[in-house]
Design a binder for this molecule. Sequence first.
Ligand code: NAP
Ligand code: GLV
Length: 317
Amino acid sequence: VTAAAAARPVVLIACQGVDTDAWLAALGRELPEAEVRVWPEAGDLAEITLAVVWRCPAGVLGRLPNLRGIFSLGAGVEAVLADPQLPASVPLVRLVDPGLATGMNEFVTMRVLHYHRDMDGYAADQRSHTWAPRAPPLPQDRRVGILGAGALGGLCARTLAGFGFDVASWSRSPRVIDGVRNYCGRDQLSDFLRRTEILVCLLPLTADTDGIINRRTLAELPRGAFLINVARGRHVVDEDLIEALDSGRLAAATLDVFREEPLPPQHPFWSHPKITVVPHISAVTQVATASRTVATNVRLLLAGCSVPDTVDRSRGY
Ligand code: NAP
Ligand code: GLV
């Protein structure tokens, strides 16, 4: 590392589909001790010590010889990990941020309440001018199951337990959340699914979780269950989901994420009567909060401290 690079950190914003002007201004404000550049106007690549990435253009990370840290602008890092040029020993930090968490908490709660209160049924009644009041089940009699009990799944679980729902989570290692029953590991997945009437997916996409919502796992849910997928499209096997909806095994699904995004215009999800499609907006990275989170993590890393939410590459999340 040259003396100049050691003296003044240089941050490169290497993102696609992101308002890079807003990020340039925000990081300039939050990290006045650093110089911030935006790809492709990166200058001398040897001067770059930190990279801020989302859908990072291919090959960029492999061309930064003095890189000390990579900061994702999203919680899910499967795309960064899939980059064959990703330097092996540079820490990768994912985004755990209050703005992102608030959005996910709102969205998941909204859709759970939507299904719990049979809003689809009332919309159908309105279309046929039918006045048919029905008592909803009590929340303690509604079993919600959250795949993933991390930053986002854990928060949603706590919120839903606060509404009085009978909430369970599923994780890799045991996770204790007040009022939430935890199941962990593949051995306990079936028990978790069999009790779950509203299934929320908040897992990271890894080799272990790819395609986890499939014909076999959907068949373990009670008949008439609901699915809310806000994690990644690849968690779901599309044809198996459609089959489960068409057979009545599943009552309805809310999908925020898809194998191909934007969802292709001809994809059957768009027009399926039991599917609600939204364009990957359940939790949106908010520049105002996330720039502060990234700045805090950059300072921890430069001070030689351990940075929370550093990705464990062997686990894949
Ligand atoms: P996180 O804090 O890392 O939590 C991940 C959870 O999944 C943990 O509880 C983990 O178990 C569990 N898990 C991972 N692999 C597992 C496996 N093989 N079996 C069982 N459980 C497993 O992640 P997060 O911040 O909550 O984010 C979760 C995901 O949400 C992201 O990766 C991203 O894909 C998605 N996301 C989507 C949006 C959107 O707008 N749609 C926005 C943000 C995030 P342990 O507790 O044992 O580690
Ligand atoms: C969005 O999908 C994220 O991973 O933050």
